[in-house]
Design a protein. Structure first.
Length: 747
């Protein structure tokens, strides 16, 4: 180790000298400002696409190949929204020898195949914001009900095999973007035995149809024909891979028919909307996922889709500002849909804990990013820990400017953790009664059904699965309960409620557990205390900063679950790098609760949603037609009175356990005792003054391919998955050269 000493000393000095938290007490007392503007001109072509396209070596990704002597790339081009139909850009791609496969509305983008040599011409266009590879995608009372607090007196009580008293998610639609759902499974029936899977569509390989479908008016003959063409309700094998059915059942399965082994999900009354975007091996591509998000946004009002679960992830080197999947997720949020995504299963490399491994869209500030906790096989919350495989933050994708200078996002992720280790729920088979064929996950991993032979009958089959892909639907189910309790919440309000009410696990830091472990009891109690018209007022523009948003007194910030009482975290992450608290977050309207705003670092973006005009088949402002994103105008982000805790965390040091490595429980204790600074004038977005970077990592000394070595901390510079795949977050895929966690989970 001696030869490394000079580097370590240099790193330590650099870390000490580069003070991240620059806010003085004087600055805090007089209010905070953040620049409206972002980073200026940025490099548009994604780093991995740029490298692969210019390399003379044999292509190593599915989205780049040699064809007819030319190197061709499959890409997603994001426009600036100035031409909603992107006619000029489409024509230019074709002139360059390319083919346009699809156009998307959730993000103003095209899916194309084009010569690699033509990338420069596309990069030079003023109406192009980013060019990304068409990355492949892959997947990623009951114990769950008890551990999460879903069956406390404040939420619901189970009264029988098919009936619940209290909140069960009824009336709320959860869209599951995954490998399909076996609707015939008994987990997905209601109290009368009828299916709760209200729609099943298949977008795998159908992204090209979206080019035409995105321009089809609601109720038109063409749109109805398109909807019919993607209908998947009669498939003999609706979920060949088996991932989507398990995910959907964890969120909303009704499993109490197995009286000796109840595997009920968190919201057993919610409706399930099956949007298939992953194939029989759990893989897909970015274009199909974007088409799936488009479909969800377009049909959200019809099926009351309030929650979008994405137990999948795409490796991405791109900042949240330009990454297409992140942008599409922001569009869904802007349309009023709460987006929940898996953090990823890349928390360890070669047995060592690795930081900075959050994928897309989990690295977006508007998304609720969920890590995995280990229940230790008990219903007690006191022994829960963070799984080793659960991806850690901060987000490490980068924005590259025109001079090649990379600015790392460094946003605090995940947002919270939920049970995701060895969770038992529905196991999909083919629909060939009486004995269906097991799904491909079980076929490849027979251990997933060990010890379950007693329960395996057609339509009632069970399997076990681990991963953040399982933790994410636990939170999606919780969101359904929250929105059933109070349908007038915006997605950012839901996220703040989940974090504020979370239970910090001992010894785990912000970038390991976020604000803490999911607490359904506390989240529902807090949601019930708030007004039910806030979302409507935000949409109508009739609410102002500081306006009262609570209808009742806020609850005591503690919960009792399974006989154990614990305090809430009382912290919320804002802007991706700041830590705030205080009751004003829930008694006064905070402008950041507008779902059209996205704040990350010192950049604030605003999404404008355009809707199809009212007609005989659709009401006004119900079906989004297009989304345009731009720098947010000047204005308030937080009101006076919000308590600022960022400066308490200090500069990030793993050895000192400060900054992003500060145990969440430590910050929670400080905030509960009244520490932190009450902002005198809030946080204001105004030109010319840049907000302090907040709690982030110093860039330190960059060694070998962008890996930052600091105090023994290994940081991934953007999650690089095997062949660029979007992974279902429970099994296969690679980060550089290290395999992810087994679907069997940890002991």
């Amino acid at each position: 180790m001696g030869f490394l000493t000079p580097f370590i000393v240099l790193i330590e000095r650099r870390l000490r000298s580069l003070t991240i938290v620059l806010l003085s007490l004087l600055t805090l007392a007089s209010g905070l400002t953040v620049q409206a503007g972002g980073q200026g001109k940025h490099r548009k072509v994604a780093r991995d696409l740029e490298i692969a396209a210019s390399s003379a070596l044999t292509p190593g990704h599915r989205w780049v190949r040699v064809q007819g002597g030319r190197r061709m790339v499959d890409a997603v081009i994001v426009g600036d929204g100035s031409d909603p139909e992107m006619k000029a850009l489409r024509a230019h791609v074709q002139r360059l020898g390319g083919t346009v496969h699809a156009r998307f509305s959730s993000v103003s983008a095209l899916s194309v195949t084009m010569p690699a040599a033509a990338l420069k011409a596309i990069d030079d266009r003023a109406d192009v914001e980013s060019v990304s590879p068409n990355r492949t995608t892959r997947r990623a009372a009951s114990v769950l009900e008890q551990v999460t607090g879903a069956v406390t007196g404040n939420v619901r009580t189970a009264t029988g095999a098919t009936t619940y008293s209290g909140l069960d998610g009824s009336g709320i639609g959860i869209a599951v973007l995954d490998s399909g759902v076996m609707a015939a499974h008994q987990h997905f029936t209601n109290a009368s035995g009828s299916p709760r899977v209200t729609r099943q569509v298949n977008l795998v390989g159908k992204a090209s149809n979206a080019l035409a479908a995105s321009a089809m008016a609601p109720g038109s003959t063409e749109r109805l024909a398109f909807e019919s063409s993607i209908d998947y309700s009669s498939a003999a094998v609706p979920d060949a891979y088996g991932h989507g059915s398990h995910v959907a059942a964890v969120a909303a399965g009704r499993g109490s028919y197995q009286s000796a082994f109840d595997t009920t999900g968190v919201a057993p009354g919610a409706s399930i909307i099956d949007v298939r975007v992953l194939s029989a091996d759990g893989s897909g591509n970015l274009a199909d996922v974007l088409a799936g998000i488009d479909w969800v946004i377009y049909n959200a009002k019809q099926y009351n889709i309030r929650v979008l679960n994405m137990s999948l992830s795409a490796g991405s080197t791109e900042s949240w500002q330009t990454d297409p999947l992140a942008r599409a997720a922001r569009s869904a949020t802007a349309a009023g849909i709460t987006v929940v995504a898996a953090a990823g299963n890349f928390g360890q490399i070669s047995g060592a804990t690795t930081f900075g491994t959050i994928g897309s869209p989990g690295h977006d500030p508007s998304v609720i990013t969920v890590g995995s906790s280990h229940m230790q096989g008990t219903v007690s919350r006191g022994d829960d820990t963070v799984n080793g495989f659960s991806s850690r933050g901060p987000s490490r994708a980068a924005l590259v400017d025109g001079n090649g200078v990379r600015t790392i996002d460094n946003l605090i992720k995940p947002d919270l953790v939920a049970p995701g280790n060895r969770v038992y729920s529905a196991g999909a088979t083919s629909v060939a009664s009486p004995a269906g064929t097991w799904n491909n996950l079980v076929a490849a991993n027979p251990g997933l059904i060990d010890g379950l032979s007693t329960y395996q009958s057609y339509g009632r089959t069970l399997m076990m699965l681990s991963g953040t892909s399982v933790a994410a639907p636990v939170v999606s189910g919780a969101v359904a309960l929250i929105l059933q309790a109070n349908p007038g919440l915006t997605p950012p309000m839901v996220k703040a409620i989940l974090q504020y009410s979370a239970q910090p696990l001992p010894n785990a830091s912000f970038v390991e557990q976020g604000a803490g472990a999911l607490n359904v009891d506390g989240a529902v109690r807090l949601a019930k205390a708030l007004r039910t018209d806030t979302a409507a007022k935000v949409a109508a523009g009739t609410i102002v900063a500081g306006q009262t948003i609570n209808a009742f007194a806020l609850p005591t910030p503690s919960s009792t679950i399974n006989g154990q009482t614990f305090n809430w975290s009382q912290v919320v992450f804002v802007g991706g790098r700041q830590i705030v608290g205080g009751s004003d977050l829930f008694t006064k309207f905070q402008p950041i609760y507008d779902p059209r705003l996205s704040w990350g670092g010192h950049t604030v973006r605003r999404t404008t949603v355009s809707y199809w005009p009212a007609s005989a088949t659709v009401a006004a402002a119900t079906v989004p037609m297009s989304f345009i994103e731009a720098q947010a105008p000047n204005g308030s982000l937080l009101t006076a009175g919000v308590r600022w805790g960022t400066s308490l965390a200090g500069t990030s040091s793993k050895l000192a356990r400060t900054g992003v490595f500060l145990p969440t429980a430590t910050m929670a204790g400080w905030m509960a005792s009244g520490s932190g600074i009450s902002l005198a004038t809030g946080v204001v977005l105004s030109e010319g003054v840049v907000l302090s970077e907040g709690v982030v990592l110093s860039e330190g000394v960059v060694l070998s391919e962008g890996v930052v070595l600091s105090e023994g901390v290994v940081l991934s510079e953007g999650v690089v998955l095997s062949e660029g795949v979007v992974l279902s977050e429970s099994t296969s895929g690679l980060v550089r050269s290290s395999a992810v966690a087994s679907p069997l989970g940890e002991p």
